[in-house]
Design a binder for this molecule. Structure first.
Ligand SMILES: [Zn+2]
Ligand SMILES: [Zn+2]
Length: 272
């Protein structure tokens, strides 16, 4: 402990980098450029969640004890999943897409902070093992960007996160299995309907490749409406995938307007 404190204070002298989210000086040695208080702002997804899509389920105002009993069944499903709405089999997210998380994800998107991707990847790998003790996947696939977007940005943030997930789960990573064939509309913020429309039929396996009985673990940064994971899953299943699991770092609170956390890259302070 004393040694750790000594290392931390040495680190703050040697590397007086500010927290990439709030700008405060980092006082402890860490692999990620984010301070403790900012990390503390990350909120995990509140239980209970839909066993299928991972959406938090609202507890009825009465009968809380009853709900916790029925939760033991571990097979609570939301209205959408009861009607098999999504093409993916399971989805889970690490945290609520709140202000701290949206800024952390912007760091991944525009600053390529790979240490942060490693940190999130470790949490997603653990989440997969905890949420689905008996699940099996053959390959980890990041949700792809359209090639024009990827060229513009130089990398795909979902791939940055998927790499450490694959490494930790000892699975193969295939960043070329799925491609985005239709570009995203130019406007920054899309309504739910526009979002669903924009991704419908927007993904395909490369060269129409068949992937019979492959079990795929899809990785993305944020789940907004589930439309992206759904569209990717449809493409994978059309090509023959038997199961698709989805993992995302963030999840927009159900019913929360996406515009509240629309990108504002200029508000993030740059590490000096
Ligand atoms: Zn901070
Ligand atoms: Zn559901």
């Amino acid at each position: 402990m004393i040694l750790k404190n000594a290392i931390d204070s040495l680190a703050s002298v040697l590397f007086p980098a500010p927290c990439a989210i709030c700008g405060d000086t980092l006082t402890s040695a860490s692999r990620i450029p984010v301070c403790g208080p900012c990390l503390d702002e990350l909120e995990s997804i509140p239980d209970p969640v839909c066993a299928c899509c991972g959406r938090p389920l609202v507890a009825p105002s009465s009968g809380t004890a009853q709900l916790s009993l029925s939760m033991q069944a571990a097979d609570l499903r939301c209205r959408l999943c009861r009607s098999n709405f999504y093409a993916f089999d399971r989805a889970r997210s690490f945290a609520v897409y709140n202000r701290a998380l949206s800024e952390a994800i912007l760091l991944l998107k525009y600053e390529q902070v790979t240490a942060l991707a490693g940190w999130f990847g470790a949490r997603l790998a653990r989440l997969a093992l905890e949420a689905w003790p008996d699940w099996r996947a053959d390959v980890v696939v990041p949700v792809p960007l359209h090639r024009d977007r990827r060229r513009e940005r130089g990398y795909n943030q979902a791939e940055l996160i998927a790499k450490p997930v694959a490494r930790r789960l000892k699975l193969r990573l295939d960043a070329d299995l799925l491609i985005r064939t239709k570009p995203r509309p130019a406007q920054l913020v899309l309504s739910r309907t526009e979002h669903w429309k924009s991704v419908r039929g927007a993904y395909a396996t490369r060269g129409g490749m068949k992937i019979d009985n492959l079990r795929v673990l899809l990785v993305d940064d944020v789940l907004t409406t589930g439309a992206t994971l759904d569209a990717c899953s449809r493409a994978l299943k059309k090509a023959g995938a038997s199961q698709v699991f989805g993992l995302t770092v963030g999840r927009v609170r159900s019913g929360m307007a996406a515009a509240v956390y629309a990108p504002a890259a200029q508000s993030i302070r740059q590490p000096s």
